[in-house]
Design a protein around this ligand. Sequence first.
Ligand SMILES: [Zn+2]
Length: 88
Amino acid sequence: MKTTIINYENRSFLMKKLLTICPVCKKPIYGRDIDILSLISSKIDHWPINYVYCHTYDNYPLHSLTIYLDSNFSVRGYEISDFIVVEK
Ligand SMILES: [Zn+2]
């Protein structure tokens, strides 16, 4: 299994890394937006992972962007949904 050692420079780089731009609202999505450091510290043994990021931006109503991230934290694909129910 591949082990990635993340040093401090890499951490700040990942926080500032532009992962993708939401195709719906054009919001730039950075590592810090998806709490990428907690991803790094969780034990993930399968890649890519999908990450659901719900957001509003620039007068667009709430929508979800599912991004597929590989182990280099590059976005390999995405899906959009405008239909969301979050139960608490
Ligand atoms: Zn968006």
